[in-house]
Write a protein that binds this ligand. Sequence first.
Ligand code: FAD
Length: 385
Amino acid sequence: MERTSVKLAELKEAAEQVTDKDIASLAAQVDHDCLWPEHSMKALAAAGLLGLQVPQALGGHGQGLLALSILTETIGRACPSSALCFGMHCVGTAVIAAKATSYQIEHYLRQIAQGKHITSLALSESGTGANFYLPETTLKPEGEHFIVNGTKQFITNGGHADSYVVSAMSVQSAEDGDFSCLIIDRGTAGMEWLQPWQGFGMRGNSSRGMQCKDVKVPKRNLLGEEGDQVWYVFEVIAPYFLIAMAGTYLGIAQSAVDAAGEHLRSRRHTHTGDSLRHISSLQTLYANMWTSVEKTRGLLYEAAQRGDRGDPDALPFILACKADAAKTAIDAANDAMTICGGTAYRENSRISQMLRDARAGHVMAPTTDMLNNWTGRALLGLPLL
Ligand SMILES: Cc1cc2nc3c(=O)[nH]c(=O)nc-3n(C[C@H](O)[C@H](O)[C@H](O)COP(=O)(O)OP(=O)(O)OC[C@H]3O[C@@H](n4cnc5c(N)ncnc54)[C@H](O)[C@@H]3O)c2cc1C
């Protein structure tokens, strides 16, 4: 598997080019119009980046957590909604790739590697909320199919992705949390999309609810064995999701530092003739922002590298890095608003968008409260739940 620093640098450069050329210019419109960033996903597909998590033997890049953190940060610096859409596609891809059958390889992974297929993750439900590992959606075996019933909430790429990795409880299962994951293709009969997404932030991610009424899913779409959930949640979903989100929120934090630095240099008062960068309290605030962002990046890369190596001590790093990135993004956007003043407080200013987008970091499950608690439990040798 080619995960060298040269390969990573090439992927980062490709993502930077796509971000500069195709993603950045429409970021404000994505936010303003709640526009799902089709242009971003198409450009990432054309650059061959949708297959980041597909094994090289199947035409993908065979990358792990470090590449995911670098690419989501790169995209998130310009358009956080695009980073979230790309990140959730990558998490879904990693889940499919983890134990793919030959059918799933041909129908999903090869298509993803060729940039022809977008997937996403549908775990959350209104009944159990942030406790995403407790689905109430059911699956019932019937001949060569499963019959799926239930309602998912907040599915990123909702209505736009070609497939959805859905969690569901077997009706035969006695224990809570004993669920399975299966792939449901867009447009399968009985699938209905609920209201369009109108978020406070992350307004382009099309985070919609989906109702499944007697949806007939072929058994070949089951991922792994029935009841493989513990393995999927802890080995694949949690690390890929947490790293993708941490990268996205780090991207927002870095863009806040960039915007603050630009403003400090360019904004001049007429009564002094000096730019704001000569004011000592703002110099200190800017230095603190920069330090927090660098620390967050250090923790994220450490978590991603430990996860990629299969380090037995990786877990607390991976749990902590998303909570840390969410906090850093909100603090950095807030400080950037202080530095950029009334100009930034205007409705729809770039900084106000950063603050709104960053705020999703704490509420996306596992939420910051949950992650802080789980990090403590992992460090103390206690089970997470
Ligand atoms: C922008 C966005 C994109 C999303 N994308 C996806 C996606 O692609 N796929 C997907 O499956 N889901 C997605 N979600 C859903 C998300 O992961 C959460 O499941 C959802 O936000 C929970 O909302 P809720 O109102 O039901 O929370 P509630 O469960 O009502 O939680 C409310 C508060 O209580 C706290 N709380 C709840 N349970 C516990 C507990 N056990 N311990 C400690 N605190 C607890 C929470 O931390 C939170 O602060 C997305 C959400 C957002 C906002």
